[in-house]
Design a protein around this ligand. Sequence first.
Ligand code: TRP
Length: 325
Amino acid sequence: MNKKMKKIFLTGERPTGNLHIGHFFGTIKKRIKIQKKHKNFIIIADNQLNINEKKNKEKNINKLITSYISMGISTKKSCIFIQSKIKELLTLEYFLSNFIDINTIKRNPTIKKNIENKKNISCNDFLYPVSQAADILLFNANSITVGIDQVPILEITNKIVRNVNNFYNKKIFRKCKAILSKNNKIIGTDGVKKMSKSIGNTISFNYTKKKLKKIIFKLKTDNNRKNVFSPGNYKNSLVFNYLKLFQKKKEYNLIKKMYKEGLVSDIKTKKILFKKIWRINKRVRNKRKKINNKFIKYIIHKGNKKAREIAKKRIKFIKKKTAFF
Ligand code: TRP
């Protein structure tokens, strides 16, 4: 393969606490697969926290890293680093901000939503997509594993790439592509909204047996069933929403059929789901026990160091190509 075409993966999230099964099936599983074959950067986007969220920053960074590792991200294969510790990102962001017009940013759906109910809109609110472009371009990443809501942000990155390359009439940056996951929108335990910590409708992997049981057995099932032998509609049962994630296709299709024919009770479906989640939950919990603050500190130090080495070289390269700095 052409060296220039080499795939470099990058993704990240804002550190707001532990990850749940929505993240696991939405993105973490994908990263576990990617890290086996490709360069994989994971950016902890602490600059993107708002003032209130910043209060718990350290604690939440630790929780996020603990989640990553216990769910299966390898700190040897993936480079995890803290956005605010890579000063080169700001240098690049400043440069890139010259190559995008404010109207494009104002039209962006994510930005529009972010500022919708805000009284004081700051300049920095408009820099969010530029900052994210810097995250991507500083690491020469071209494969960005994100949710569908982030796609318009990546479009801005690509517009910046076009503008810079056109201006200098040479290929300085390369375009990036969103790598979307299939399970992007996992419904929460309320059965209504997307699973999200702020709503409190999550299922996590760090529960005790008792807690997990309580959550699973409270899930809504098909109310129209008169008794355990009446035919059910799996679409009315939240249990099936999650079984779909945990079961093999064949297994899942079979239980769906049995439910339709009244051959399996709701309790039984919950027991099956509980068993499936508990198996992973147990593994994750055991891993979590081995992760202490000292280890996390070491991981952060290692990740930041590697990221900065790459960043410095990259800034040098950009400087040479643009004579801007
Ligand atoms: N904005 C992203 C989110 O809220 C997180 C993020 C920061 C990111 N920098 C990134 C994602 C670069 C992909 C690439 O989820």
